[in-house]
Design a protein around this ligand. Structure first.
Ligand SMILES: NC(=O)c1ccc[n+]([C@@H]2O[C@H](COP(=O)([O-])OP(=O)(O)OC[C@H]3O[C@@H](n4cnc5c(N)ncnc54)[C@H](OP(=O)(O)O)[C@@H]3O)[C@@H](O)[C@H]2O)c1
Length: 288
């Protein structure tokens, strides 16, 4: 997309944590932003709320016409089963695109979708980028891949961002688990590789690819430093002043597979991380 010379009309569908950060940045840039979710009363006043349920289609007849940029940042949440996932990530965006297509105007110039690194199945610590095979190990990755393909086959140019684990203000489950001793370092000293992105950088990356003149169809969006889980836990434990237990079979340990995702393509496109690694991000969260 060319550098906008006018205010753009943007719709953020599934406007939660990352979507709201993005929406506020778009507003600050002078753009008009609609935030769609089931409970729009939770949105800040700068965003124009739309009450709709993507999964059922309820409320989608209230969409504005003339949307220039469409962001799909809807989330099914961690605890959802396969049916919820499919309704949220496949049925939801399909209902949304069908509803937008009935509005006057040519349709969005670009659709940006927040996918996940769960589309990758590598569990051997290997390096993974946009060209790596996508052979998901569970329904989460399979549904996300189906959602990516559906948008790519849709009527408008689509860009997919494959995000790693998001952390940031209010998203401190790992910090809390370390603080309370509910997780620790692996007893064999061989924890897997993990990949994450600060919520602010996730929103900034969405804005960045939305404004690129000629984006690639897909970007891996993780910070610059894949990290062994034990290293992150030790870092947090030291900051928190606790001694992490050595654990043999930690159910929190295997989240997110074991791979080193690379965001080289995103960085080569001009994106600069505000939080290049977990150290900067968690240090700020823990008070500098
Ligand atoms: N969490 C992670 O570590 C992670 C990793 C990789 C990728 N991602 C992806 O990153 C994106 C942004 O995540 P996030 O943390 O910002 O998510 P979030 O805070 O949970 O926001 C998603 C929003 O979607 C809305 N929503 C859910 N179901 C809906 C429906 N049927 N119709 C309309 N709105 C609906 C929810 O608001 P209401 O309840 O008000 O509807 C919620 O506020 C998501 O696409 C997520 O899948 C997340």
């Amino acid at each position: 997309m060319d550098t906008p010379t006018r205010s753009l009309r943007c719709l953020i569908a599934g406007c939660g944590d990352v979507g709201t950060r993005l929406g506020l940045a778009l507003c600050a840039g002078g753009h008009e932003v609609f935030g769609l979710r089931r409970r729009p009363a939770e949105l800040p006043g700068e965003l124009i709320g739309i009450a709709a349920d993507l999964a059922t289609g309820r409320g989608l007849d209230g969409l504005p016409g003339g949307i220039d940029l469409l962001f799909v940042t809807v989330s099914a949440g961690m605890a959802s089963g396969e049916d919820d996932y499919r309704r949220t990530y496949v049925d939801g965006p399909r209902h949304l695109c069908e509803a937008i297509a009935t509005r006057p105007g040519p349709g969005p110039q670009r659709v940006v979708f927040t996918s996940s690194t769960s589309v990758y199945g590598q569990t051997d610590g290997s390096l993974v980028d946009e060209e790596s095979p996508t052979e998901p190990v569970d329904f989460r990755g399979r549904v996300m891949l189906a959602a990516e393909r559906q948008l790519a086959a849709g009527p408008w140019p689509a860009v997919v961002l494959r995000l790693g684990g998001i952390y940031g203000p209010g998203r401190t489950w790992l910090v809390d688990a370390v603080r309370t001793g509910r997780t620790g370092v692996s007893v064999d000293g061989r924890s897997g590789w993990t990949n994450r992105i600060h919520a602010d950088d996730a929103a900034r990356a969405l804005l960045h690819v939305a404004m690129l003149p000629a984006p690639a169809p897909c970007y891996v969006a993780v910070d610059e430093e894949p990290a062994r889980r034990d290293d992150v836990v030790r870092f947090l434990a030291e900051r928190l002043g606790v001694e992490p237990p050595a654990v043999a079979d930690d159910p929190l340990r295997t989240r997110g597979g074991d791979r080193r995702c690379s965001s080289a393509r995103l960085r080569a496109s001009g994106f600069r991380f505000r939080y290049p690694s977990y150290r900067e991000g968690y240090a700020e969260l823990l008070g500098g």
